[in-house]
Design a protein around this ligand. Structure first.
Ligand SMILES: [Zn+2]
Length: 392
């Protein structure tokens, strides 16, 4: 048995590849690591000189098919390692993204992926650059990216950062709040579902536009307070979950039961704000990702305190997008399912306000997401401001 001291000495001699990070597996020639925020693969098995088979497994079942994976492939001398991902309790969904530094990512060419007919596995060959390549279902977007975002936002605009509570595993539940004398309030929720990074990018771009500081933004913020809970399922992101929090529950099915600390504390915080300042809660937006861009809304015939708002917003947004994409067609799905305790159903039922689940396609390019989110924020502010009074 090699002593820890001897390994330390070796590490000092050979450099960081022998550091004490826990590899998921180590073989002669290469290693697989998942010891970072979002890192996830269940097992790994050597499948050749430079080939490995990984199983991708959810945190618990039943679960939505959003099979997240993220790992690093390290090798001192191999140029490539062949990877096969075998899915358990799910099927292939996310095109692999590769990175040599964990920040800049490229999508793996879809036509070079080998996907099983039943989508039970995907195989591809990962080039190793400078000894290490990151592979992930989506570009990693964790706490550092959020911190950077809200640090920029709070130094250039009005929102104040605070921590309203803790996740099940003790991580901070963050809030950004811009509220002085306004009497109306917009609620923004983000990242209830860990893999949904395109929705997170949209949330950031949408919020940035609200606080851009131009005339529209100033008018809006003079009238409307904004509260944002940008990163609700932090434990799920940390552990590379497909969907649930650490309690094994879908947080966006807990708006009503409030059995999980994350959704419960966010809800209590909103209720406290509304009561303490006697605010008129005016709209709830909850950012997510799915297969394509879509707005899940109430039906126009469903009773809300603002029956015109959603239609006015989305009609204006569609026209705005046509300035840059002449054939743009907005995708809106209107329904109300009182039996599904989503944030959308909850805010509609509890506060009688329109509430929208704002979904971005999994593989939408970042620049397109940002344009889409920015324009939708402009139309949203305009629609809100065009209603002089909406309270009864
Ligand atoms: Zn979602």
């Amino acid at each position: 048995m090699v002593s820890r001291l001897a390994i330390l000495a070796l590490t000092a001699l050979l450099g960081p590849t022998l550091a004490f990070a826990d590899a998921l597996c180590e073989f002669k020639g290469f290693s697989i690591f998942t010891d970072f925020e979002g890192g996830a693969a269940a097992t790994c098995e050597k499948a050749g000189e430079a080939a490995v088979r990984l199983t991708i497994k959810p945190e618990n079942t039943p679960i939505n098919n959003s099979p997240w994976y993220a790992f690093k492939v390290e090798s001192a001398h191999l140029d490539r390692v062949d990877i096969k991902l075998e899915y358990q309790d799910g099927t292939h969904r996310y095109t692999p993204k590769l990175s040599s530094d964990g920040f800049k990512w490229v999508e793996y060419p879809v036509d070079r992926l080998i996907v099983a007919d039943d989508k039970s596995y995907v195989a591809f060959s990962v080039p190793i650059k400078d000894g290490m390549t990151w592979v992930a279902a989506q570009p990693l977007l964790g706490i550092d990216a959020y911190r950077k975002w809200w640090d920029t936002l709070t130094s250039s605009a009005t929102p104040e950062y605070s921590v309203i509570g803790k996740s099940l595993e003790g991580r901070d539940l963050s809030r950004l709040l811009a509220l002085d004398e306004q009497t109306e309030l917009l609620v923004v929720l983000g990242r209830q579902h860990p893999p949904e990074t395109t929705g997170a990018i949209a949330m950031m771009a949408f919020v940035n536009r609200l606080f851009a500081g131009d005339e529209l933004s100033q008018k809006f913020l003079n009238r409307v307070g904004v509260v944002i809970y940008p990163f609700i399922n932090r434990d799920g992101v940390q552990h590379g979950h497909w969907r649930h929090n650490l309690g094994g529950k879908d947080l966006n099915r807990d708006w009503g039961p409030f059995e999980q600390p994350e959704s419960m504390q966010v809800n209590q915080d909103i209720a406290r704000l509304v009561t303490a300042k006697n605010l008129k809660l005016g709209y709830m937006l909850d950012f997510h990702s799915t297969w394509y861009d879509v707005f899940y809304t109430q039906r126009d015939s469903d009773y809300t305190l603002r029956p015109e708002m959603t239609r006015a917003w989305l009609d204006a947004f569609e026209l705005s997008m046509r300035e840059v994409e002449s054939d743009f067609e907005l995708n809106r799905k209107s329904s109300h399912n009182p039996d599904s305790p989503t944030s959308k159903s909850y805010f509609f039922e509890e506060y009688k306000i329109p509430a929208t689940t704002y979904e971005i396609g999994d593989e939408a390019p970042i620049s397109r997401i940002q344009e889409y989110a920015r324009r939708s924020a402009e139309s949203f502010m305009q629609a809100w401001l065009s209603e002089e009074s909406w309270y009864e």
